[in-house]
Write a protein that binds this ligand. Sequence first.
Ligand code: SF4
Length: 365
Amino acid sequence: MMEDLSQQTAAHDVIPLPWAWSPRRRRNTVFPIFLPFRGCPVRCVFCAQEEQTGCRSSQTPIPTLLAIAREALQQHAAQRKMPTELAFYGGTFTAMPEDDLRACLNLATEALERGWINTFRCSTRPDSVNASMLKRLRTACCDTVELGIQSFSDSALAEARRGYDAACALQACADVLNAGLRLGVQLLPGMPGNTPEIFLEDVTQALEAGAQMLRFYPCLVLEGTQLAKLWRKGQYVPWTVNQTLDTLARGWLAANMARVPVIRMGLAPQAELESAILDGPVDPALGNRVMARGLLMAVRHTLSQHNAPETVSNFELFLPPAVQGCLWGHKGELRSAWSAMGLQKIHYWQQDFPAIRTFSARPSA
Ligand code: SF4
């Protein structure tokens, strides 16, 4: 396809960007079971799971929660919906009391055997996994373990009082992969002690550690947390929205170039969450704005690498259709930047990578 295009436009340079834009695959619907704070050895300074998930069930007995989930899964299957991925979120899954853990795994096994789901995943802390626990999960047909690592920086981990260090986080990544499980890594840009530079290094470390998917959750100040107290005393200042967008865009680009998807950016909107937010880079369009900036950065970088800026005054973009919804950013905030760079025309094509076609001079009108 690239050869065809080059032949049609032999007078111009056609430059593919060195990464693929993940197509919007038809993914399994995820059936989450939120287990707020279950198994958590500490209450992390930034964490307000019930507000974050909209699920006030930290006092509900696990058998009750699972019975409700079982009923819903059964109905889901009876309605012949797509096979669903079951996900245990919101706590430290692998550190729950044995009875609770066994009950969760039993539900997952039953749901798999009955065809209600086709896979399941869980999230946990890196200091709460070991080889035998991970083997147990794999034997129960768990597919993915997401590690809430937040940062690989020893200083940031200490400042956020996470209770483990980078070596522990890296070992946990290796253990998950060695157990034959898929590895997800969750990062918390802007958490206490974290800087944009540290976050970008965190992304690099997560990719080098073998992460197959990432989540970026910019740190928010939520009512009822230790962080809210620090914020009120002026001892914690969250990142601004702009700082977050630019930094996440760079992290997203790094992941994209490694062909690793960032499957979530920012917390899912919840009424409880909105009322609990005191400060921080909250933005309902965060993911699209980050990707839009990332593409702009990538094109700017690619143009500067391939052309002396003064010789390139115009270019066209060839984009996968999936880019269509976010190219201009929120309310067209990036239109002027694209225009100033010399963007003349956009073509949507059926490739999963963007490309640039440059002109050495502006075409006559
Ligand atoms: S961040 Fe994770 S480990 Fe810490 S309290 Fe929240 S759910 Fe528990």
